[in-house]
Design a binder for this molecule. Structure first.
Ligand code: FER
Length: 342
């Protein structure tokens, strides 16, 4: 009882922390690139519902666009705002909700799927699995109207190959009538279980039902916050299954630690976060975070340091002035989605 109250409090604190950084009343700055990004309103237990945060509105850019700043790794620091606006000549896909049977969880589970606008069974598409934040579900990303726009624009400009986006529900509880997301050690278990549900059940389902480029070559994973942490957990656990990965503002807990929300037992010991000599591993791993992230703070940078110390090749970059917000998400996705097929 006491634990539940604490969990709800912690969830509210997190939601407030996220809401607190909203600066522009749902509007993304008109200059390029986007600035003062919309905060992610992380769903709490109370608001866990299919309708996700309304996406920020992007208004017309009156001035010609400046060349976006790029770092030494070739990462564009901020997603240029014109990529979040619909335009003539580009086509945009729509999310649909699917249900698959998880033999791992022994029950039906949901996911949302965004097919490329010109999807045809005659082609084979890579698949990006995109993991939501804590308390989220399969509808969290599907509620962001900017996401299909970003993807359609990247494809229209030839920056991304066409791909299928799958947004799963990460909380892979064995019994979701008794287990619920929260800031407790027990609640971390179903999040980590998702790696097994994904590789054993969801990927085979997607491969069986869509025209996919199967196997490591066509399989990508990315996530925001809790989803970023589980992206890292998944590639450490199943390194040979993914061609590339991106952890945007990954939450603590992959390794032991402590923050304002909880003590993290750690899914792995720091020395276990490595790949075996000669193992098949992702070609590219990106870790990024806003310089002003008020929720996960320095933990993403600590992952970067751990990966470096353990000899894992990766790209680390910081998103100027971004909080735990949409600006961070769009920056990470803008860069990562250009990696598909390359
Ligand atoms: C934590 C801090 C942040 C944590 C999770 C988060 C499980 C996730 C935040 C998000 O998904 O937005 O200590 O522990």
């Amino acid at each position: 009882m006491k634990k539940t109250a604490l969990t709800i409090c912690a969830a509210l604190v997190l939601a407030l922390a996220c809401c607190g950084c909203s600066k522009e009343d749902g509007k993304v700055n008109e200059t390029t690139p986007i600035a003062g990004g919309e905060a992610v309103v992380t769903p709490t237990e109370a608001t866990l519902s299919p309708s996700a945060t309304p996406a920020p509105t992007v208004t017309d850019t009156p001035t010609p666009t400046a060349t976006p700043a790029v770092d030494s790794n070739g990462m564009t620091l901020l997603c240029p705002s014109q990529y979040l606006k619909k335009r003539e000549g580009a086509t945009y896909g729509k999310f649909t909700h699917i249900t698959y049977y998880s033999d791992y969880c022994k029950r039906d589970r949901g996911a949302t799927v965004l097919l490329p606008a010109g999807y045809t069974e005659e082609k084979k598409y890579p698949v990006v699995y995109l993991l939501h934040g804590i308390f989220g579900d399969e509808n969290s990303f599907a509620g962001d109207a900017n996401l299909p726009v970003l993807i359609g624009n990247l494809i229209a400009d030839g920056l991304s190959e066409e791909f299928i986006l799958v947004c799963p529900a990460m909380f892979a509880a064995s019994d979701d009538t008794v287990q619920a997301p929260g800031f407790t050690a027990e609640a971390m278990i179903p999040y980590d279980r998702f790696a097994h549900d994904l590789t054993q059940c969801l990927i085979p389902y997607i491969d069986a039902n869509y025209s996919t480029l199967q196997g490591r070559e066509g399989t990508y994973i990315a996530g925001f916050s809790m989803g970023g942490r589980e992206t890292l957990f998944t590639i450490i656990t199943y390194p040979d299954r993914f061609r590339a990965a991106c952890a945007i503002a990954p939450a603590p807990g992959l390794v032991p630690g402590k923050d304002k929300f909880m003590v993290h037992e750690g899914s792995y010991k720091p020395e276990q976060v490595k790949f075996a000599e000669g193992a098949v591993i992702p070609d590219r791993i990106i870790i990024c975070c806003g310089t002003r992230d008020s929720v996960v703070g320095q933990f993403p940078k600590e992952y970067h340091n751990l990966f470096s110390a353990n000899g894992i090749d990766h790209i680390w970059y910081e998103i100027p002035n971004a909080d735990h917000d949409m600006q961070a998400q769009y920056s990470g996705l803008y860069n990562f989605l250009q990696v598909i097929g390359k």
